[in-house]
Structures are given as C-alpha cells and as structure tokens.
Design a protein around this ligand. Structure first.
Ligand code: GLA
Length: 701
C-alpha cells in the first residue's frame, strides 16, 4: 500500500493505492501538518471484519464494483453491445499505475480480460476546489455500452450526515430540500436532456454538529445521474458513496472497441459554512471557468423585448422601445423571439435563422443603427438546437430532428429538437449563426433551449458544445447567455462557454428574492440575469411597486424586461435612478464577496457584497411584519475593527421612508464600527410588504 497526499490552501486529501488492488480516499479534511504519517492515518480509520460480511470486506473506494460483494451501484457499468441481453458485464478493475504531484493525481485501473481502462484525475485548483474527471478507454476487442459515465465517486467522510438538494420547475427554479442522510440514501436524475430547473447536479453535504459543508457539482449541460448509497447492510466499511455521472437517460454511451470516452468534470469544495462555500465556488468560476474575464468590461444594463412586446414586433415599435430604453440609461438592447422566418407566435419557424422580411423589410440594419446611435449595443435571441415542424428547415430535412424511426414525433411548445450528434446539423447551424453575426453588429446572443429532449440523446450535449465552441472561436467578442425556459441549463459546463445565465423566466421580484439567493449559493451575481419585469407580472399576476422591483433587480446582472411606455412618469424616474445606482455599484456587486444576512423575520431577505472597503446590502421585506418595529438588519463580512460610513442610497421606499427616525442623519451617513454593524445592526423600517432598502458602506481610512 502506498499513500499520496494532495494539499490545497486549507485542505488535504490522502489517497491509499495498491498496484493490482484498489485505490481509496482515506482522508478528506482540514490541511494536515506536513509530518503527518499517512500510513498511521489510514490505520486509524481502517475497519476490522465483523459478522455477516464477505471474508475480505469490500472497500468501495474510488471505483466501486460488485466483484467483492459491495452491494451498491458499480461506477463503471458495461453492457456488451453485441450481446445486450446478457446484461452488465462482470468487471474486475485493478489499479495499474498512478502519478501525482502536490496538487494533482491521476490513477489508472485496468480490467485486463476486457481490455478496458479507467483513468481518473483529481486536481486541487483555486486553492480549495477539487476537480475530478474520468475517462473510459476500450482497448479490447468487444464493443460496449457504458450505462452512465462517472465523474465523481466520493466515499463520504462519516461526519457529513446532512444533505441539501435542489428541485424545481419552470418559473420556480432551485427549491431546496434538506434531509438527514438515512439508509435509503438519495438518487436523482434529470432525463430531460438538460440539468433542469432544479440545477439538479448541485448538492451540499453538511456536518450538523459544526456547520462544515461539502458542496459538489457536475459541470455538464445534459442528463445526469446522482446517487448516494449508504452501506445499509454493512458489507462495506460503513461509508456512504456519492456518485455523480453523466447519463441517467434511457440510452447509454457507446464505447466501441478501440475508442475512449472523455467525461465531464465534477467539482467539490469543503468550507466551514455555506457562505464560505459559495465564495469558493464564485472565486473558482470567476478565475477558471468563465471565458477570459479581461474582455468583458462592466456588465451592461439590458432592455429585453420579450416582456415588453412579446411577438408584437415591428421596426417602428422596436425603434420606439429603443428610444425609451436609452432614456432610462439602458446600455444593451436585446431583441428576443419573433424576428426571424415566419415566426409570429411560438408555433413556427425555429430553424429558419434569417431575418423576417415582414417585420424588417430593410433587414436588421436600421434598427441596429438606431440602437448604436442611442449609445447602446445590440443583442439577439436564438434557439439553435430546435426546429418547428412548420419551418422551411423541417420541410427540407424532416430526418434532422431527434425521433424514433416509424414512431410519432411529439412536440413541446410546438417544436422538435435537432439531432446535434449529426455533423450536417452542426454545420448548418454554425453557418447560419456565423452569417448572422457577420452580417449584423450583434454584441450578445441569448441562446435559448425550450424543449426537453425526447427521445433520449446521449450525444446531444457534445454537439451543442461543439457548435457553441466553434461560434465563439469565430466571434470571440460576442457575449452569450444560456437560457433554457429560464434556468433549465445552468451549470459550469455551459458557463465555461457563456457569460451569464437566465436564472428564471419568473421576473416577479418576490420570487426572485428566493431564486437569486438560491443560485448564488454557487454562482456569483454577475452571471445571474436580473430584470425588472412589468406589473402585474405576466406569470404570477402579482403587482409590485417599481421601487421594490428595481431594488431587487440591482442584485444581479441588471436589466429591464418591460415597456417603459406603459410605466408612469414616476415609475420611469424611479427605474432610471436605480439603473444609475446599479452602474455606480456593479464594480462591487460583480467582483466582491457575497454574504447572506440572517434576519429573525423569515420574510426578510438580506444579501450583501463586500469589495475593497466598499459594500452594498439589500434588505427586503415580502410580507406584513408581525411587529411594527422589525429587528435590526445585521451586516456581515466587515472588518470588526474598521469604521464605515453608512448611507441608505435614494430613492427610499415610498411608504417606509416616513418611518425613518433621522432621515438627515442617514443622508449624511452614520459612522459605525464593523463590530457594531455586524453585532447590533441597523434599525430600518421593514414593516410593510414590498419594502426594500439598499445600504451602502464605505470603509474610513
Ligand atoms: C423562453 C425564454 C424567455 C423568452 C421566450 C421567447 O421561454 O426563457 O425568456 O426568450 O423563450 O420565446
């Protein structure tokens, strides 16, 4: 047995490896002293054999298999492609070699008889994030199907007994469930061809005694299968095993003789609490995942035409909308659905990616010129992976969509999905999108995906990545948003190739006060589109004041998705003021560290971002408070010894402003220590529903 340790800034991983045998993780936790004796560490956690266990008790380790009696799901399940009825092939993988340095290890297992090898990488990056990936190589003579493609296999340290997972639906993303890990474990799969509205491939394990957390994510934009299996029968060593894999659909990954399959990465991190965990994921995304940051510039304020005009598009209406947008301080005008082919509603024309001569008799040129004259840049909506049965593309190529030959082709939102594994499909899409970007000055694409994938298509995501990668290489200056009916495809795989995501179609500010904090446990605010929608909200029907909608939208990548012509003069003024505030504070919001603010009233949501001595907080009340004088808002993430000037950026919320004790003093600013701000907090009027305050802090030198 040999031991290898990897160290991050505050983290150590210790692996135990035996050539011809198994590989296991024998330590995952706080950084160990340099002279820790790894063999003793392993001995301290080893288990003796007990009753009712195989004579050589199985260790699930990093590549669990059934061969020695472990009862869980093997990480690598192979079906002989030419003899599928024989079921899964019995495997016997043994460690054949490994190599490591202080932050990286790769381990290879081989099943000599099958000629199949598994290669696993673990890397510590950005100080604390552990990235894991796994390739499966078929050097043998048989053709196999790999049922799910494993990424992360993690024997869970026993101190983690709590689990938080996420589920969701359209317009209601990322609903959190917390449970104690019980013997039945946990299993989730997407099956819709995308991660889905639950961002289902995120999870957080916790140690309830200390608050320590382990957050894990599969960076993959297609189907996934996640499972935690507990050692209920006691055959193993008592540890539960977490597996995150690509797949989970009804068709596996084909692995013919002589080929190899590269998988997707999973990432996990350890942190003392959930705020710190979020900050680690944010830092990692900013530094290592998102396309090179240098090129971005500040996140421009958007006006999106969808909830302003819907499908009622005309050149004159859009020009008028652009004029109104510019007068609010908008910096980017995004033309949503309805500009192409014969698309006048959501029943036709997906696939026909040329400008509609009916809506734009002179092409997009005049509108884009107007947008530029007004000092904005121009963005465009596309949904490339789809085709409407009523489209020229479908009439020409009825075989290009995902379908089961000889069966019906059920639609969703009136549309079918193109088969992205086909080269001709990818070439067509690239050439249409490339032409659009060459012929028009488009600075931004909103890339949508509004149909689930059925029948199941395991190679679809690679095809999607390939088109996106080719387009980005040809047009590196274009920013791209990933949208999938809102937040249906939000993951580090897509964020490696895009600049932001659309977290939800639901722009209702009260819903957003749940949805944005939920996503921001893993994603920083600058990648979360955050728009001021109309009132009443088209999805929930709720009416909310402009002041409330605008304050909530500041905490994200701000935009407007409503028609300014349908707002009152006062509302437009209020919105313009908040857009100006966003511009003033986006440097902090988009580069700083996010903290959640706990408040005794569950209907008060608080968030705060600190950056280089400045900070902006949001405290928002959604219900009628049970008490008149709500408890003070306690801030977070400040230097306890430093002093800060605290102001409440105006405009103030219309009703609550009358309950402020000393308005003039708040205007001049109060000077308080970090200790006082974090310990006692600020008594703000938060009695009435739809009240939100922004709190600004500047550290005094
Ligand atoms: C999806 C998106 C919306 C909008 C519509 C247009 O639902 O999530 O934001 O772009 O498509 O059809």
């Amino acid at each position: 047995m040999e031991f290898v340790r990897l160290d991050g800034e505050r983290l150590t991983l210790v692996f135990a490896l035996e050539t011809g045998g198994e590989a296991d993780l024998v330590y995952l936790g706080a950084r160990l002293p340099g002279d820790e004796v790894l063999a003793m560490l392993a001995a301290a956690t080893a288990r003796g054999r007990h009753e009712s266990q195989p004579d050589v008790p199985p260790v699930p380790g990093l590549l669990p298999e059934g061969k020695a009696g472990w009862s869980g799901t093997p990480a690598v399940r192979l079906v002989d492609h030419d003899n599928p009825l024989a079921g899964e092939v019995a495997t016997d993988f043994r460690v054949s070699r490994w190599d490591a340095d202080e932050s990286e290890i790769w381990i290879e297992w081989e099943d000599e008889r099958l000629g199949v090898a598994v290669k696993l990488w673990w890397r510590i990056r950005s100080g604390e994030i552990v990235r894991v990936a796994c390739d499966v190589v078929n050097a043998g003579k048989n053709n196999f199907t790999l049922t799910d493609h494993p990424s992360l296999v993690l024997p869970i340290p026993r101190r983690f007994t709590g689990l938080t997972t996420f589920a969701g639906r359209w317009a209601g993303e990322m609903r959190e469930t917390h449970r104690t890990l019980t013997p039945d474990g946990f299993a989730a799969r997407s099956g819709t061809g995308k991660p889905g509205f639950g961002g289902g491939n995120w999870l957080v394990l916790d140690n309830p005694a200390t608050g320590e957390v382990l957050g894990a994510h599969l960076a993959w934009s297609g189907d996934y299968a996640t499972r935690i299996e507990c050692d209920t029968q006691g055959q193993g060593d008592g540890r539960a095993v977490l597996q995150m894999a690509l797949g989970g659909g009804t068709v596996g990954f084909s692995l013919p003789a002589g080929t190899d399959l590269a998988g997707a990465e999973a990432a996990f991190a350890l942190a003392p609490d959930r705020t710190a965990l979020g900050q680690q994921f944010h830092a990692y995304l900013r530094a290592q995942v998102l396309p090179a940051r240098a090129a971005w510039g500040p996140r421009k304020v958007h006006l999106n035409s969808w909830e302003a005009l819907g499908f009622n598009l005309s050149e004159s209406a859009l020009m008028r909308l652009a004029d109104d947008a510019a007068s609010l301080g908008i910096e980017r005008f995004v033309l949503d659905d309805g500009w192409f082919g014969g698309r006048r509603d959501d029943r036709s024309s997906l696939g026909d990616w040329s400008v509609s001569p009916v809506v734009f008799p002179n092409g997009l040129g005049p509108l884009i010129a107007r947008v530029h004259d007004l000092g904005m840049d121009f963005g465009l909506w596309v949904e490339p992976e789809m085709v409407s049965p009523d489209s020229d593309l479908y009439r020409q190529h009825p075989d290009w969509c995902l379908h089961t030959p000889g069966r019906e082709r059920p639609t969703m939102r009136g549309q079918l999905a193109l088969d992205m594994a086909r080269e001709d499909v990818r070439e067509y899409l690239f050439s249409r999108l490339d032409a659009l970007l060459r012929e028009n000055a488009v600075a931004y694409l909103k890339w949508d995906h509004n149909r689930d994938l059925f029948p199941s298509a395991p190679r679809q995501t690679e095809g999607f990545y390939a088109v996106l990668d080719a387009l980005r290489a040809a047009h590196p200056q274009v920013e791209i948003e990933s949208c999938s009916s809102g937040g249906g495809r939000v993951d580090f795989g897509v964020l490696k190739r895009t600049h932001r995501v659309w977290p939800s179609d639901n722009n209702d500010a009260i819903e957003r006060l749940r949805i944005i904090p939920a996503w921001s446990q893993f994603l920083p605010l600058e990648v979360l589109g955050s728009h001021v929608g109309p009132s009443p909200n088209p999805i929930t029907g709720r009416r909310l004041s402009m002041d409330f909608r605008a304050k909530v939208a500041v905490f994200g990548h701000m935009g407007v998705e409503a028609d300014p012509a349908r707002m009152s003069e006062k509302e437009r003024e209020c919105l313009a003021d908040h857009i100006a505030l966003y511009k003033q504070w986006r440097g902090v919001l988009h580069e700083g560290q996010l903290h959640r603010l706990a408040h005794p009233d569950p209907n008060v949501t608080g968030m705060m971002v600190t950056h280089e001595g400045r900070a902006l907080a949001l405290a928002a009340q959604t219900a009628f408070s049970p008490v008149f004088d709500a408890a003070p808002v306690r801030l977070a993430g400040l230097d306890p010894q430093a002093r800060y000037r605290v102001t409440l950026p105006e405009p103030w919320p219309p009703r609550a402003r009358h309950y402020l004790a000393n308005p003039d003093q708040w205007r001049q600013g109060l000077v308080l220590s970090g200790t006082a701000l974090m310990g006692q907090g600020l008594a703000l009027p938060l009695t009435h529903p739809e009240t939100a305050w922004l709190i600004a802090l500047e550290k005094i030198a």
